[in-house]
Write a protein of this length. Structure first.
Ligand SMILES: NC(=O)C1=CN([C@@H]2O[C@H](COP(=O)(O)OP(=O)(O)OC[C@H]3O[C@@H](n4cnc5c(N)ncnc54)[C@H](O)[C@@H]3O)[C@@H](O)[C@H]2O)C=CC1
Ligand SMILES: O=C(CO)COP(=O)(O)O
Length: 410
């Protein structure tokens, strides 16, 4: 097949599926980039909002005496004031972020889908949009978590890929949404293995022609997903284009190909962050915390090597998605902050999530449960003593003061 030299006729339409603290932040930075790269992307970025009614507080500059305490639709507030007053207050959003309460309408015709919502909701979202997206769309998952069915653990991007029949990469890093929304500099990692059918002109491949190479899944096996190539009248979706979509002066993107390492490091660090919050809330300090972080990273690497040995790359743990995220999550993120609060107050994490988080989610709670159910189904939980202890603390069956015992037994 001849490689076309004509410039692409179409631009990529981008949708962010999710609008929480991180979802809204990513919509903001991506919308800044679509404006600056309007030769590649349509400027407007759709942001799907799980609709809810919100009351704007009296002390907010957005308070309208004519509306008073009357609840308003969150989408209407975002599109009127260009601010997500509930999940990312006091951050002006570019006007080309378009809040949309209809999931099907938000994803319609989009060639790049950015999945960014708590992982417990991804199944329902994928079931709804299946068959309603462009078959040649490409995805990036910013979700930190895993899905477990019976004794199978799946990366979120694998789940998206298999459910929707599209290729999906992963974005993960040491990223506190509020800091990035305030344009305070940090790094992130995007893992994306450009499918052979999308590698234009590389390895002898022409547009839509894989050059004889098969598309492989995250485990390195020939993929069961029959990919439709990104049509040649669109710009490619490759490392260069994704870098243009996500990289900002305050958000340095590193592109890699280890989807497994990036996804699992982002998911499992939330279990370790809970452990760090618990021990700090119990009265230990930084030295104890670094011991737990070290142990948590060992169990994370062990998990990756045990269950995804074909594709895991150890260098990934030195990316932002690796050690940097472990450090930031155990010292300043929500899972750490609120598990510390739970330990200090002697109440359950569920109680803290309900009373303190105003609709935001602690991903560590469900990730611990999912990972432990997978390890138990395999009968290998004893090889993961820290993860097991966190589950026990969340359930009230393991005492925090016994954490050092785990270390003595090794
Ligand atoms: N907030 C942060 O600093 C960072 C978060 N992440 C990850 O990003 C992902 C998304 O988290 P956030 O944006 O922070 O969310 P969040 O915890 O701030 O907000 C919860 C979101 O879930 C939505 N929601 C509630 N019920 C729902 C339902 N039934 N179906 C669909 N959506 C529903 C809410 O409308 C809201 O948008 C998570 O996996 C998190 O680990 C990653 C890096 C940084
Ligand atoms: O992933 C994060 C930091 O990189 C944010 O973690 P929390 O969800 O615990 O705030």
């Amino acid at each position: 097949m001849a490689v076309s030299s004509d410039p692409p006729r179409f631009k990529h339409k981008v949708t962010v599926v999710g609008s929480g603290n991180w979802g809204t932040t990513v919509a903001k930075l991506v919308a800044e980039n679509t404006r600056e790269n309007s030769d590649i992307f349509e400027e407007d970025v759709q942001m799907w909002v799980y609709e809810e009614n919100v009351v704007i507080p009296l002390d907010s500059p957005k308070y309208d005496p004519a509306v008073g305490d009357e609840p308003q639709k969150l989408t209407s507030i975002i599109n009127t004031y260009h601010e997500n007053v509930k999940y990312l207050p006091n951050i002006p959003l570019p006007p080309n972020v378009i809040a949309n309460p209809s999931l099907l309408d938000a994803v319609k015709g989009s060639s790049i889908l950015i999945f960014n919502l708590p992982h417990e909701f991804i199944g329902n979202v994928c079931r709804q949009i299946k068959g309603h997206i462009l078959p040649s769309a490409r995805g990036i998952s910013c979700i930190k978590g895993v899905t477990v069915t019976e004794d199978k653990v799946e990366l979120i991007c694998e789940y998206i890929s298999e459910t929707l029949g599209i290729y999906c990469g992963a974005l993960s890093g040491a990223n506190i949404a509020n800091e990035i929304a305030n344009e305070l500099w940090c790094e992130t990692t995007i893992a994306y293995n450009t499918p052979p059918c999308d590698r234009r002109g590389e390895n002898g491949a022409a547009n839509g022609d894989a050059g004889g190479e098969v598309h492989r899944d995250a485990r390195g096996q020939p993929s069961k997903v029959k990919l439709m190539p990104v049509p040649h009248d669109y710009p490619p979706v490759d490392h260069t284009v994704l870098h243009k979509l996500f990289n900002r002066p305050y958000f340095t993107v590193s592109m890699v190909s280890d989807v497994v390492g990036v996804s699992l490091a982002g998911a499992l660090k939330n279990i370790v962050a809970l452990a760090c919050g618990f021990i700090e809330g119990h009265g230990w300090n930084m030295t104890a915390k670094t011991a737990v972080m070290r142990r948590g990273m060992l169990e994370t690497i062990q998990f990756c090597q045990e269950f995804f040995p074909e594709t895991i790359q150890e260098m990934t743990f030195w990316e932002s998605a690796g050690w940097s995220d472990m450090i930031v999550s155990c010292t300043s993120a929500r899972n750490w902050r609120y598990s510390k609060m739970a330990a200090e107050r002697g109440v359950s994490l569920h109680e803290i999530e309900r009373t303190e988080l105003n609709g935001q989610k602690l991903q560590g709670i469900s990730t611990t449960k999912e990972v432990m159910s997978f390890l138990k189904a395999r009968g290998v939980q004893d090889k993961y003593p820290l993860f097991t202890a966190v589950e026990g603390i969340v359930d009230g069956t393991f005492k925090m003061e016994n954490i050092p015992v785990l270390f003595r037994q090794q």
